[in-house]
Design a protein around this ligand. Structure first.
Ligand code: SF4
Ligand code: FE
Length: 482
């Protein structure tokens, strides 16, 4: 089977028959629900772009497993060029959607698991790598979307998984059977989950002796019995229920997160990729997080391009594009955005091969990348709000614009640079609102802060990876200190 088209992808998600609780109601037709539809269309762009001649070279690649042509979102990185191309691809997708297109977590989980299952088999005599290859070959051949689920609720942050009042606060094995295991728990903040065909579940942190039941990694289809989805709210989300797209800001696309509950879910043996091998868990968490921290050097930059473009356009529409202080603010935005991209490219170019043949990013630089992402989009958002002006927070609604009494007033008094229509000016202001304080800010700001781990997680990695002792040794050598 070749690469899916965007339409085939949407049909395939419809066929899954997933259900989710959305604002107090069970919804059985997710693909046409107005709160979900923009997010589905955003993922569909990762399929559409692979058929676009302008991006085919970037998005299509030969599978290292089968030799067949696959979408890069399902690829196992074979060199630093692949890692660089991944970041470039994510920037393109961010440009096309101006939101989170959700498909990267599965790619990042797969690349981490590829090397970890290989190394686990060598060290423990297990056969996880072959199982994983069988699973992933199907993902590549059928061009599937896979959610990578890592974040447990974590309960009392001061306690280990086994010491929680409720041990389910970290997903765990509750029963062991001859042909598999039964798991219970939840994964929070699951980006794109209900637009996915499969879920890879991973532990959220390094596990210690006595915590073997929490050291479990596996894959199951999203429509597995006893998996429940509860839809996450976003700021201004009910604007998606309104008729006009104008007030949405991003009228076509959006992100999506759910709380996923695993209520005694059976996982067959052939879908288990780690099961109690404590020494492999930390490595898996670190590599998955590392790949995802690299991802942000592409996707957030792509969305940043849109915010910069919108800011430059609104400056023109306001008649201010020649003001030097405005120009300087836009230059600052460009500088910050390209700095994040430079980090995404650098951690890719400095990557290296693992024993499995799969390439891993430079972990220090990937963490520098993500640490910048926890700050720079906020500064980009601040500058965009500064340039755009107060209308971002006070502009009348699309309904008032369409009202025969108020509409003419709005058009008259929101006119600015005569080269531009006042309604077009409203569209740009709404887009800036969407990305800085609206539904788009969930992905552009909150996720930039916490996705792939909050800033402290990156700072810990910086301390570990920086080779401080070596730096001290060099100083001593330079100064002749024993
Ligand atoms: Fe991909 Fe970025 Fe969304 Fe993560 S936040 S899934 S890296 S688009
Ligand atoms: Fe993310």
């Amino acid at each position: 089977m070749g690469l899916k088209t965007a339409e085939e992808y949407i049909e395939s998600v419809k066929d899954l028959g997933l259900q989710s609780h959305i604002m107090g109601k069970e919804c059985a037709d997710l693909t046409s629900h107005p709160l979900v539809r923009p997010s589905l269309k955003a993922v569909a762009q990762t399929y559409a772009l692979a058929h676009d001649p302008a991006y085919q070279d970037l998005m299509e690649v030969k599978s290292s497993i089968t030799g067949r042509i696959i979408n890069r979102f399902t690829h196992i990185h074979q060199g630093t060029e692949d890692l660089v191309n991944k970041v470039k691809m994510l920037r393109v997708c961010g440009n096309a959607t101006a939101c989170c297109f959700q498909r990267c977590v599965g790619m990042d989980a797969a690349n981490a698991l590829f090397s970890v299952t290989y190394e686990c088999d060598k060290e423990h005599g297990t056969s996880y790598h072959k199982r994983f290859l069988d699973f992933w070959t199907r993902v590549q051949d059928e061009d599937l979307v896979v959610d990578g689920a890592m974040t447990d609720p974590k309960g009392d942050r001061g306690k280990r998984p086994k010491d929680q009042l409720d041990p389910d606060l970290f997903l765990r094995v509750v029963e062991r059977k001859k042909d598999g295991v039964v798991v219970r728990g939840a994964k929070l903040h699951q980006t794109g989950m209900i637009n996915s065909h499969e879920i890879i579940v991973m532990p959220t942190l390094t596990m210690r002796p006595g915590e073997e039941d929490w050291a479990i990694c596996f894959a199951i289809p999203t429509n597995t019995p006893n998996v429940h989805y509860i839809y996450g709210r976003q700021s201004s989300d009910t604007r998606k229920l309104e008729e006009s797209g104008l007030d949405m800001g991003n009228p076509r696309y959006g992100g999506q997160e759910v709380m996923t509950v695993f209520e005694d879910v059976f996982v067959p043996e052939e879908r288990i990729f780690l099961n109690g091998e404590l020494d492999q868990v930390g490595k898996l968490v670190q590599r998955f997080a590392g790949y995802h921290r690299q991802s942000y050097g592409g996707c957030k930059v792509g969305v940043g391009d849109i915010l910069i473009g919108a800011t430059a356009l609104i400056a023109k529409m306001n008649g201010l594009e020649k003001a030097t202080h405005i120009q300087d603010k836009i230059i600052e935005m460009i500088h910050l955005n390209e700095t994040m991209f430079a980090c995404g490219i650098a951690c890719s170019a400095m990557g290296g091969a693992t024993d499995s043949g799969c390439y891993l990013i430079d972990l220090l630089l990937a963490n520098v990348c993500k640490l910048n992402v926890t700050r720079f989009p906020f500064e980009l958002a601040r500058l965009a709000l500064d340039v755009a002006g107060g209308l971002v927070g006070t502009m009348p609604s699309a309904k008032d614009l369409n009202d025969p009494v108020t509409g003419p007033y709005i058009r008259k008094y929101l006119a600015s640079n005569p080269e531009f229509d006042s309604v077009d000016r409203m569209k740009v202001i709404r887009l800036i609102e969407n990305l800085t304080i609206g539904a788009g800010a969930v992905s552009y700001l909150v996720e930039s802060m916490h996705g792939a781990g909050p800033p402290m997680a990156q700072r810990i990695m910086l301390r570990r990876q920086a080779g401080l002792e070596e730096k001290i040794r060099r100083v001593k050598e330079l100064l002749g200190i024993e």
